[in-house]
Design a binder for this molecule. Structure first.
Ligand code: G3P
Ligand code: CA
Length: 249
C-alpha cells in the first residue's frame, strides 16, 4: 500500500483524538472517526494471557486508576481498571482490544497505524498475532505498521513484503534514508523536531520513501509539515490539522 499523493498530507489522530478524549480508548478512536480525519495511530501490547491490547506505556499507572505491568495482568484484570486518567472528565473508559478497534474501522476508508510498542518488552509472537488479526479482518489495505523496534518492522516485511511499514526514530540516527530503503521500509516516521527545516526530506521523497511525522500539535508545525509536502501528520488534534491541511489542497 502507498498513500495517494493527491490527498497529502493525511491527518492521523495520535492515540485517537487524544487531545480531547482519554488516549488509546474507544472513546478517543470514535471521536477521531467522527472528526472524519484520515485515520488513527495506536499502540499495541500484549496482556499476560496473550490478548492484544491498546495502551502506550508498558505499565497501566499513568493512564488508569490501577498499577502494574501490562505483561503481568490478564485481560480480565486489565479491564477492571478505568483508563480515563488523561481526561478525567470522562467517567469510565476501558482498555480496548485490537479487534475492537479494527471492528470500529472495518468498512471505512480510514487508516489504522498500528505501532508495536515493543522497545522494552519483546512480547513473544506479537507481530504474527497482530498480522493474523488484520488478515482475519481483511484490512491489510488500511493498515500502516510501525515500531521503534526495527526488528519488528523487518519481521512484518518478512511475512508480507508489500505491507506498509514505517520505521520510527528519534534523535541520533545516521543515514536513515539508506537504512530504511535497505530494509524495504515504506516510510520514515521521524519525531517532528527532526523534520523542521530538514534538507533530507527532498532526498527521502526522491528515493520513494513516504514521511509520516509525530506528534504535530501546534498549528505552526502543521503548516511546516504541509509546506514540506510530508505524507502524514500524526496529531492529538486532528480537527485542527484538517483545517490547516485543507488550505494546501
Ligand atoms: O507513532 C508515532 C508516535 O506515537 C511515537 O511515539 O511515544 O507517542 O508512541 P509515542
Ligand atoms: Ca505511538
Amino acid at each position: 500500500m502507498r498513500l495517494q499523493k493527491q490527498k497529502q498530507p493525511y491527518v492521523l489522530g495520535h492515540r485517537g483524538a487524544s487531545g480531547y478524549a482519554p488516549e488509546n480508548t474507544m472513546e478517543s478512536f470514535k471521536m477521531a472517526l467522527e472528526m472524519n480525519c484520515d485515520g488513527v495511530e495506536l499502540d499495541v501490547q500484549m496482556s499476560k494471557d496473550g490478548e492484544l491490547v491498546i495502551i502506550h506505556d508498558e505499565t497501566i499507572d499513568r493512564t488508569s486508576d490501577g498499577t502494574g505491568w501490562v505483561k503481568d495482568l490478564t485481560f480480565q484484570q486489565l479491564r477492571e481498571f478505568n483508563y480515563n486518567k488523561t481526561h478525567p472528565e470522562y467517567q469510565h473508559c476501558d482498555i480496548p482490544k485490537l479487534d475492537e478497534v479494527l471492528s470500529l474501522f472495518k468498512g471505512t476508508n480510514k487508516i489504522i497505524n498500528i505501532e508495536f510498542k515493543t522497545a522494552i518488552i519483546k512480547y513473544p509472537g506479537i507481530v504474527c498475532k497482530v498480522m493474523d488479526l488484520v488478515d482475519e479482518y481483511d484490512m491489510n489495505n488500511q493498515v500502516i505498521y510501525s515500531s521503534f523496534n526495527h526488528q519488528h518492522c523487518v519481521d512484518v516485511l518478512d511475512r508480507q513484503p508489500d505491507a506498509y511499514v514505517g520505521f520510527l526514530y528519534e534523535d541520533g540516527f545516521l543515514e536513515v534514508i539508506d537504512y530504511v530503503k535497505r530494509h524495504n521500509g515504506t516510510a520514515l516516521h521521524p519525531a517532528l523536531y527532526l523534520v523542521e527545516g530538514a534538507e533530507w526530506v527532498k532526498e527521502a521523497k526522491e528515493k520513494g520513501l513516504e514521511i509520516n511525522t509525530w506528534t504535530v500539535n501546534l498549528p505552526e508545525h502543521m503548516e511546516i509539515a504541509c509546506q514540506l509536502g510530508l505524507t502524514s501528520i500524526i496529531t492529538n488534534y486532528p480537527d485542527v490539522a484538517m483545517k490547516i491541511v485543507e488550505k494546501y489542497k
